[in-house]
Structure formats: structure tokens, C-alpha cells
Design a binder for this molecule. Structure first.
Ligand code: BES
Ligand code: ZN
Ligand code: ZN
Length: 464
């Protein structure tokens, strides 16, 4: 499917957006009402003989355009139309592109006979192409990077394991002119990353640390992005129940997101130096598995009592965060992880949890997220929750002693590995709920959502 910005064009179908009020004065009001169409938000109506697809919107907010365009695309994908035209304006072009590209996304890699779609051309029509070109191109880059992230999240653990994850990163680096460094188990051992290594020990795949760099000439700031890349999380010896294990191929979504982010930033040619670090590991069980009761010595020297091998993401991230801080003196440091089921309990499935010490940074992100169509919500740290990570044998326990506030205690575990000088530069994003879905919502279809790519791109664009 191709998407183009054009002035005027003939197409099989034209999309029209209508509010309930506008419906009252529409020239096809009678016909539309006959079908039962009331122009309610997220309802659509084909008037085939008129070559029209009418989309109901509550008002002209971006969220409304995005979600109804997603529905329109799903209907168009299963129709026989070859071309469609959407009229766009300055204020809705980004949302419409997201609706079209993300709402129309399909992942067919594992189908033996994927349905061939007839729809070939999507046209965005506008009065003045010149003034819209930049926003169009940016929206496409960000939506494509989101699809790229979805594609890798959706890959099965047999195909996407730590070594193939590293290969994929190398390929992206080559295509986008990024630097790429991969650390294998020998190098990780040398770096004393024994916590990360312990998590991957029972896997038949070697753990990998992936480091990609985008270095533009006139970089104004340096940003480190750190991703949890658990290519499968069985829970380890603290085995997950059968029903919770299904979907755990998505535990690499943080790593996939940072790849999408650096891809977007390099294609947007942002004046920001970006480092993407991914801890790519598979959490399995077997005779060689790390155990509850083990004490791990992390790269920073801090010792961790393992009380649950399913709280493995933090054991990988603590070493990667420590490595990233030594490697790069960054102005900002953000980590992305499908870290806790508790984050979903706290905020719901649709919202990414944000934690950190800088109110300003959290505020800036709320604004950036608002403009991006993604939902984020802050979860506050406090010193009482911190005490729940006390261990009787080591410096810290990998799980909290109480069952409440699990997303925050996981964030506080990571905080232990953030150096004092970086405390205010760091934010942790828990994407456990937002990264994957089995029921479509907004412009998200079944599978990986690409959570993080849009709000991070939106934030990076604001860096001066
Ligand atoms: N990868 C999971 C978190 C998760 C759960 C992500 C559901 C997406 C959907 C993580 O490694 C995990 O298992 N966390 C445990 C922590 C607990 C043992 C303290 C959890 O959330 O139950
Ligand atoms: Zn786990
Ligand atoms: Zn996990």
C-alpha cells in the first residue's frame, strides 16, 4: 500500500468526516439516516454508489480522527476498492496518518495464505502541499518506525532470540548509518554483568548486549535509551502459570521500542545524539538456571538476593543501566520495559507508567505524549515503598516484601542503579500494558503496538 500527499485526485472512494450536527445538513442525510448512521464517534458508513465512506466523529480532536481512520482502514482493507482519498488539514494530518498506517497495519508473517489486499493507493488530499509536506513526511517516518517495532515484537521466540535480535540491530545500523556494537557472553563476563548473565544462563541462546549509536554532526544533546529485551519470559524456575506465559514473546518490546526510536530519530535527522542499549536475554529454566535464593553480584557491585526468577527484567536492566552510564555521559536517560503486571493493575492496559525524580521531565513528557496520541501516567516514588526491597542477606531483594505498588517498587529497584549525578536525567517507562494487545483499541490492532515510539519521537523533536 502506498500513501501520497496530493492536491486533487480521482479515487474509488472518498472519505468524509461528519459530526452529528454536520449530518443534519448533509446532502445525503436521508440516505445515511436510512442506514441507521448517526455520525457517532467510531461508526462508519459506506455509500457505495456515491463512492463515499462517511466516518462519524464527536468533534475535530486528533484522537477522534485517529480512531475512526483506523476503523475506516480496516473496512477498506477488506473491501475491493483499489484507491481511497482522505482530505487532510494542518491540524489533523498526523492523526490521520497514524490511523491509516497503524490502524491499517496487518502482521501476516506466520500465515500460509495471507489474504491479498486490493487497496493499493491511499491519497491524502490538501489545498497546499508545500505547507503540509514536512508534517506529512514526519508523521510517515514515525508511523513506519512504530510498525517496524510492531513487526519485531510480533516475531516468535524461535525466530527472534538474543542472537537474531543482535543481527536485526546490525541490519538496521547498516541501513540507517548507525554505529553498532554487540557484546556477547564473553564480553559481558569481562564487564562483570553477572546479573544479566544469570537470567540468560538456562537459555540455549547466548545473551547479547546491543549498543547502537546515531551521531549527527551538530548534536545539541545526548540521549541514552535503554530497553528490556527479554525475547521470552517463561518466569524461570519461578515458572509463570500457563495462561500468563502466553504472550511473553512481547517481553522484548522495550528493546524493540528503542530500535524503533533510534530508527525514527535518524530518519527525522534530529540534532540529537542517541544511544540505544538493549539487554537481549531469554529467561528459561533447566539444570543451569539461576534460582530463588541465589545472590547475584551486579556490574555496579551491588548484591541482589533473588527471591523470584520471574522478576528478571530488573536484573537485566540494572546491569545495562550501569553499563550505559559508564559508556555515555548523557543529558537524558530513559528506559523502556514490560516490567510489571502491577503497572497494568495501576493504570489499565492502555497507559504507559512513568517514574522518575524530575517533575519537570515528567511534565515535559506528559505534553509530548499528549501530542503523540499515546497515553502516559506518572506513578510516584516514595521512601516507604523503597524499604520493602530490603534483603536479609544481600544489599537489595529483587522483589518487594509486600504485594502492593509493584510497578513502583520495580522502578525503585532500578533507581538503586542510577548514579546520583543522573537521578534527575532519568525516567523509567513501564510499557507492560501498552506494548501488546489481543483486543484492538484506538489505532492498535492484535499484537505489538509499538508503544513508546510515538511519544519518544515527539519528545525528541522538542529537544533544543
Ligand atoms: N515480563 C513480566 C511483566 C509482565 C506481565 C509484562 C504481564 C507484560 C504482561 C515481568 O518479568 C514479571 O514477570 N514481573 C512480575 C514481577 C513479580 C514477580 C514481582 C509480575 O509482574 O508479576
Ligand atoms: Zn518475568
Ligand atoms: Zn519479564
Amino acid at each position: 500500500m502506498e500513501i501520497d500527499l496530493v492536491k486533487d485526485i480521482k479515487s474509488d472512494v472518498k472519505v468524509e468526516f461528519l459530526t452529528a450536527k454536520q449530518l443534519e445538513s448533509h446532502k445525503n442525510k436521508k440516505l445515511l439516516k436510512l442506514t441507521g448512521f448517526q455520525a457517532k464517534q467510531d461508526t462508519i458508513c459506506f455509500l457505495h454508489e456515491k463512492g463515499l465512506l462517511v466516518c462519524g466523529i464527536e468533534d475535530d480532536s486528533s484522537d477522534n480522527f485517529r480512531s475512526v481512520c483506523s476503523l475506516a482502514m480496516q473496512a477498506l482493507n477488506s473491501s475491493s476498492y483499489k484507491s481511497v482519498a482522505f482530505n487532510v488539514t494542518d491540524s489533523n494530518i498526523q492523526a490521520i496518518v497514524e490511523g491509516i498506517v497503524l490502524g491499517g497495519y496487518e502482521y501476516t508473517q506466520y500465515q500460509s495464505k495471507p489474504t491479498k489486499r486490493k487497496l493499493k493507493n491511499v491519497y491524502l488530499t490538501c489545498k497546499d502541499i508545500k505547507s503540509m509536506q514536512k508534517s506529512f513526511e514526519e508523521a510517515i517516518i514515525i508511523a513506519d518506525a512504530t510498525c517496524f517495532t510492531r513487526d519485531i515484537v510480533n516475531m516468535i521466540p524461535e525466530d527472534l532470540n538474543p542472537p537474531t535480535f543482535a543481527d536485526l540491530a546490525k541490519k538496521l545500523a547498516k541501513e540507517n548509518g548507525l554505529e553498532c556494537e554487540i557484546l556477547g557472553e564473553k564480553e559481558l563476563k569481562k564487564e562483570k554483568m553477572d546479573s544479566m548473565l544469570a537470567v540468560g544462563r538456562a537459555s540455549r541462546h547466548d545473551s547479547k548486549l546491543i549498543h547502537l549509536t546515531y551521531k549527527p554532526k551538530n548534536a545539541k544533546k545526548v540521549v541514552s535509551l535503554i530497553g528490556k529485551g527479554l525475547t521470552y519470559d517463561s518466569g524461570g524456575l519461578s515458572l509463570k502459570p500457563a495462561t500468563s506465559m502466553v504472550t511473553m514473546k512481547m517481553d522484548k518490546a522495550g528493546g524493540c521500542a528503542v530500535l524503533g526510536m533510534i530508527k525514527a530519530a535518524s530518519e527525522l535527522k534530529l540534532d540529537v545524539e542517541i544511544h540505544a542499549f538493549i539487554g537481549a536475554v531469554e529467561n528459561m529454566l533447566g539444570g543451569d538456571a539461576y534460582k530463588p535464593d541465589d545472590v547475584l553480584v551486579t556490574r555496579s557491585g551491588t548484591t541482589v538476593e533473588v527471591r523470584n526468577t520471574d522478576a528478571e527484567g530488573r536484573l537485566v536492566l540494572c546491569d545495562v543501566l550501569d553499563y550505559a552510564q559508564d559508556k555515555v555521559k548523557a543529558d537524558y536517560m530513559f528506559d523502556f520495559a514490560t516490567l510489571t503486571g502491577a503497572c497494568m493493575v495501576a493504570l489499565g492496559q492502555y497507559t504507559t507508567g512513568v517514574m522518575g525524580h524530575s517533575s519537570k521531565l515528567k511534565h515535559d513528557f506528559s505534553k509530548a505524549a499528549n501530542n503523540s496520541g499515546e497515553l502516559i501516567g506518572t506513578l510516584p516514588f516514595n521512601r516507604h515503598l523503597k524499604t520493602l526491597l530490603k534483603s536479609g542477606i544481600a544489599d537489595i531483594s529483587n522483589v518487594s516484601s509486600k504485594p502492593y505498588g509493584g510497578a513502583i517498587t520495580a522502578g525503585l529497584f532500578l533507581d538503586k542503579f542510577i548514579k546520583d549525578e543522573n537521578k534527575k536525567k532519568w525516567l523509567h517507562f513501564d510499557i507492560a500494558g501498552s506494548a501488546y494487545t489481543e483486543t484492538p483499541w484506538d489505532c492498535n490492532v492484535y499484537g505489538g503496538t509499538g508503544a513508546g515510539v510515538r511519544f519518544m519521537s515527539s519528545f525528541l523533536k522538542t529537544i533544543k
